[in-house]
Design a protein around this ligand. Sequence first.
Ligand code: 2BA
Length: 109
Amino acid sequence: MKLIIAIVQDEDASRLISELMNDGFSVTKLATTGGFLKSGNTTLLAGVEENRYKDCLAIIEKVCKSRKQIATSPVTMGGSSGMYASYPIEVTVGGATVFVLTVDQFVKY
Ligand code: 2BA
C-alpha cells in the first residue's frame, strides 16, 4: 500500500476530491498553509493499493493546474541600517506537490 500526500491549490481541491472519490479512492482533506507564500493550500491524504496508486497520480496530474501568483518579498536595505523594502515577485505554484510513501501497516479499529 502507498500513502499519497498531495499538496494542491484550494481552487483545485473540490474537483480533485470528487474525481478521486468517483474513482473509488478514499481521501482525507487537510487545510494547510504554504511556508513561502503563507497562504492557504490543501493537503490530501490517500491510502491506496499498490496496483492503483498510479491511477491516483494520473488524476492529480490531470486536475491540478499550475498558476502564477504575485508574492511580496521583504529585502533588507543596506545591511546594518535595519530598513526593509518590499518588492513583488512572480512565482509559479503547483499543479501539485506529491509525496508517495510506502505504508508498513494499515489498520482500522
Ligand atoms: P509555498 O511554500 O507557499 O510555496 C508556493 C510557491 O512559491 C512554490 O510552489 C514555489 O513556486 C515558490 N517557492 C517556494 N519556496 C520558495 C523559495 N524558497 N524561493 C522562491 N520561490 C519559492 P510549489 O513548489 O508548487 O509549492 C506549492 C506548495 O507545496 C508550497 O507552498 C508548500 O506548501 C508545498 N511544498 C512544495 N514543496 C514542498 C516540500 N519539498 N516539502 C513540503 N511542502 C512543499
